[in-house]
Design a binder for this molecule. Structure first.
Ligand code: NAI
Ligand code: MG
Length: 490
């Protein structure tokens, strides 16, 4: 383990309350919950826990903002300018925001800086869209002029997870704001702090009251109140597939539009003709990036049998070198898992893998007496029906699955209820393109992994989600299409 940095770095915690109508308030019943530092398990701060009444207050002001407030009359270009200003302020505060993110979520300081840069890119990208969201004129039959308008959906409820707190905020605010919606967002109970700082900056740069409302709270309370609120028009959610099922059922009464981005068990396929060095590095990054707490984690590692032994040895040698420790330390490559709950879940799967007869090649242990650290873990000789091959573990645990032919591996890659991402490593152009065509997943990477850019659509096939985030595709989910038809002549 990397030792703790000589001087503990502590970001300023300026805000722990709820943002409703551009005012920071306590929850209506004064309730709070604790938010922890996953590197130590210690409490960082007590945060206001939004009640159903607070959700209702936020929805009312959001409704006013989107129907009659200055936001509803603002030029699209001006909306874009506000977003650019927010991106600029975030860029100025990048250092502090990265510290907050690492403190609360446990990601390494280097990864947090990367995430903040991603937030800035996302807001700028969607700021550019604000005045380019156009309707069409339609060649309708008869003596009419028909055209379409694209209008905001209205009040959008956004529920985000803890693995990329800032980036998930940006992915959801970007298209929502560009399209002129008003936002009620709930952060994950594990990681409320960095979003609060960004919301402060949003108020500072001049977003009108009610446009951005930020709540903290648990899923079953605050989240549930949002999902069942009759005046929220849409829910955008990122998290577990089982939570999405609950949300979809609860949203049915008001027939809310729902978009879901829900993890996976992504296949990462290494053919024998791949560049070995590049593929080892790629497989390593695919699973261990952010401790495996990544919806696209390359957790099913299919390795062609003829190269498997050497490949697994090289991967294990690489993983052994991984520097685990204090996320604030510049030298650290892997921080803690986010919570005790996640730590227990991961170690439970390690047990199951061993019981089911997979070969534990490396790791599988908690690291250190405090915080939620897990060593990089490799299982070999995994078979398709083992729970370590079927379930999203969300930890640094990779399952190596041997294969012998192209058709076999494609069939097995698709033999999952998920379909978020898939990787392939090969120097054969045919194999690469055929794999990309046949694998059922929203994102395919060839000789690379985890390249996610704000410009490209992102989302899942099958039970990995509904709808797409990022890119132009996200705009469809934040606008309603209206057809206007005018009689020409008498
Ligand atoms: P979760 O799906 O319970 O939480 C995600 C968000 O949903 C949080 O803001 C939470 O408060 C909210 N939520 C929970 N129950 C809700 C409900 N009934 N109504 C409305 N909102 C609700 O995920 P959790 O428990 O944090 O993690 C469990 C597993 O989920 C992880 O081990 C991982 O497998 C998966 N996960 C996937 C993510 C992804 O990026 N796709 C992100 C986080 C977790
Ligand atoms: Mg949960």
């Amino acid at each position: 383990m990397v030792t703790t940095a000589a001087k503990p770095v502590k970001p300023n915690i300026r805000q722990t309350r709820l943002l409703i109508n551009n005012e920071w308030v306590d929850s209506s019943d004064g309730a709070t919950f604790e938010t922890l530092n996953p590197a130590t398990g210690e409490t960082i701060a007590k945060v206001a826990h939004a009640t159903a009444k607070d959700v209702d207050a936020a929805v009312r002001v959001a409704r006013r903002a989107v129907e009659t407030g200055p936001w509803s009359r603002m030029d699209a270009a001006e909306r874009g300018r506000l977003m650019y200003r927010l991106a600029d302020r975030i860029e100025q505060e990048a250092g502090e925001l990265a510290l907050l993110e690492s403190l609360n979520c446990g990601k390494t300081i280097r990864d947090s800086r990367g995430d903040v840069a991603g937030v800035v890119n996302t807001l700028r990208y969607y700021a550019g869209w604000a005045d380019k969201i156009e309707g069409k004129t339609v060649p309708v039959r008869g003596s009419f002029l028909s055209y379409t308008l694209r209008q905001p959906v209205g009040v959008v409820g956004q529920i985000i997870p803890w693995n990329f707190p800032l980036l998930m905020l940006a992915w959801k605010w970007g298209p929502a704001l560009a399209c002129g919606n008003a936002i009620v967002m709930k952060t994950a109970e594990q990681t409320p702090l960095s979003a609060m700082r960004v919301a402060e900056l949003a108020v500072e740069v001049g977003f009108p009251p009610g446009v951005i409302n930020l709540l903290a709270g648990l899923g079953e309370t605050t989240g549930h109140a949002m999902v069942t609120h009759p005046d929220i028009d849409k829910i955008a959610f990122t998290g577990h597939v089982d939570t999405a099922k609950i949300i979809q059922k609860n949203a049915a009464n008001s027939l809310k539009r729902c978009t879901f981005e829900l993890g996976g068990k992504s296949p990462n396929v290494i053919f024998a003709d791949a560049n070995m060095q590049q593929a080892v590095e790629g497989a390593f990054h695919a699973i261990y990036f952010h401790c495996g707490q990544c919806c696209t984690a390359g957790s099913r590692l299919f390795v062609e049998n003829s190269i498997r032994q050497e490949f697994v040895e090289r991967l294990a040698a690489r993983a052994k070198e991984r520097k685990i420790g204090d996320p604030m330390d510049e030298a650290t490559e892997q921080g803690p898992q986010v919570s005790q709950e996640q730590l227990d879940k991961i170690l439970g799967y390690v047990d199951a893998g061993q019981k089911h007869g997979a070969k534990l090649v490396l790791g599988g242990e908690r690291v250190g007496p405090r915080g939620y650290f897990v060593s990089p873990t490799i299982f070999d000789n995994v078979t398709d029906e083992m729970s370590i091959a079927t379930d999203e573990i969300f930890g640094p645990v990779v399952s190596v699955l041997p294969f012998n032919s192209f058709d076999e591996v494609v069939e097995r890659a698709n033999n999952t209820t998920y379909g978020l991402a898939a990787g392939v490593w090969t120097t054969n152009l045919d194999k690469a393109h055929l794999y990309a065509k046949k694998v059922k997943a929203g994102t395919i990477w060839v000789n690379t992994y985890h390249v996610v850019d704000t410009t490209t659509p992102f989302g899942g096939f099958k039970m990995s989600g509904q709808g797409r985030e990022n890119g132009e595709a996200a705009l469809d989910h934040y606008t309603e299409m209206k057809t206007v038809t005018i009689k020409l002549g008498t």
